[in-house]
Design a protein around this ligand. Sequence first.
Ligand code: HEM
Length: 398
Amino acid sequence: MFYESGLERWFVTRHADVRACLRDRRLGRNFRHVGSEDEFDAAEPLDPRRQAFWDSERWSLLWLEPPEHTRIRKLVAAAFTPRSVDALRGPCAELAQERFPGERFELLRDFAQPYSIAVICRLLGVPTDRGRDLLDWSHAMVKMYELDTTEAQAEAATAAAAEFRDYVVSLIEQRRLEPRDDLVTRLVEARVDGERLSDAQIVSTIIVLLNAGHEATVNTLGNGVLALLRHREQWERLVEGEVDAAAAVEELIRWDPPLQLFERWVLEEGVEIAGQPVPRGAKVALLFGAANRDPRVFEDPDAFDVGRANASEHIGFGGGIHVCIGAPLARIELEAALRTLFERGPKLELADEPLRNRAFVIWGLDRVEVCSSSATPTRLPSSSARAPSSSSARPSTT
Ligand code: HEM
């Protein structure tokens, strides 16, 4: 663990320490239920010009702390049940097959994004022709989670949040009149201990399900397929059936996680992390990428091994009360996508130098051109994907 004065944050790197922080109720994703902005070091007041964005976050599970978090999470879990997620196994396999683009394609634009949006549309019961809007809103809004968000990006995120809210409000009205077998209907109908979700809470929930789910899944596919194509022998293990796609997904998330860090505020006095006292009001960044390469947990941690026995001990889905509620869906979705890729394109290879995006927290690639060996690559890839510039490789406010 170390303190970075420029960023005014403590950085936690070891697997055991990150896990302990995730489970420590004296650390919270939000502090506004226990103190003012003056008491919390790096806190900035919420910009009133971005009200539509903050309204959309107001009831997001990622923004809440107990007791509100406990109440809303129970209601969302009542709608997003293991049974309803398991029912998506068949549709995920079909959607992945339908969207497999052919001999030469850009992995993210032509496959991962349309596939992931189609799965979310199926889950929510949204017509696929609105998929493009969902994608644009999601891309614009997640820019707010980076530290170096520009004014233009913040403005675009706010406009996207307002449009997204209006769309979800109209969906809620439609489902009240005409219930269907989809998540929006289940959220509208969810009841736990006599409580139900308000419209504002449903709007925030749907927005966080899309934004948290889509970007992480797409980036796992981008990072993971790149890792597989750069470690050809690991790809071959999948093609030959030596390792199951479900097992490989865990190593993909461990080795190059799509979410590099999440943050917590220290809500009480007397907290120690890794033996180091950390004062109330401090901000702590939990480095998932580092924890996933901790040699105390993973033998030869830098080796990429799709058959690694304990890969699922990764921190990729977090832990504690905010542990990823979409992890079962993510696993089903990624497994189906991966299986489609190596079954339909066993000879898949990089067709060009991949391009890394300029974000750090939501860690991924902008472009991964691939082709089956029957289509000739234009340029052979060199060493690794272009790294982000040092100014962009900065942690954020997730
Ligand atoms: C590979 C894909 C995914 C990864 C790596 C991932 C990772 C994470 C992590 C690390 C957290 C915890 C954040 C924290 O502790 O501060 C989280 C929370 C969450 N994830 Fe995921 N996620 C993925 C896919 C999904 C999907 C597919 C959905 C939904 C469709 C989803 C919905 C959520 C939600 C709603 C939360 C907030 C839970 C809460 O705060 O109680 N995620 N995710």
